[in-house]
Design a protein around this ligand. Structure first.
Ligand SMILES: [Zn+2]
Length: 143
């Protein structure tokens, strides 16, 4: 018999790269965000990589396995201050929830659909998923 109540962590995290103290801080924050903002989700696999190979502060993508679309990659720039690293993590976690809820859909032909509307040609500043992520990042970072 399975005991659901005893299982607190329902989603899975994997953190790589960066320094040990960065990984520990990112893990702690990611767990807090999952508990607070992902309580309805099960079996998400979130892989977080701390690197300086890219120029962006961070990004999030959806690993489409074709079987279950439950796996996500977050890349964070490890060369920024810890407070900024955690805020970027919070921002990217908002994007994970948008993907997991099916609000954002990226198609292989390049189309981007947000809540049923085509936003492929919407500029970055007007993209509703970015507006939401910028609105929530500070709140989620203080989770
Ligand atoms: Zn964003």
């Amino acid at each position: 018999m399975k005991c659901e109540n005893g299982v607190k962590m329902k989603n899975f995290l994997e953190i790589s790269g960066g320094r040990k103290n960065q990984r520990e801080a990112v893990e702690k924050k990611a767990v807090a965000i999952l508990e607070k903002h992902f309580s309805r989700f099960r079996n998400l696999q979130i892989n977080i990589e701390l690197t300086n190979e890219h120029h962006e502060w961070g990004f999030c993508s959806w690993v489409n396995t074709g079987i279950k679309d439950r796996e996500f990659e977050i890349t964070l720039n490890k060369d920024v201050e810890l407070v900024d690293l955690l805020e970027t993590l919070a921002h990217e976690m908002v994007h994970v929830r948008q993907f997991a809820r099916g609000e954002t859909k990226h198609y292989v032909d390049g189309r981007i659909i947000w809540k049923g509307e085509d936003h492929t040609n919407t500029s970055y500043k007007k993209q509703p998923w970015e507006i939401e992520a910028h609105e929530l990042e500070k709140e989620w970072a203080s989770a």
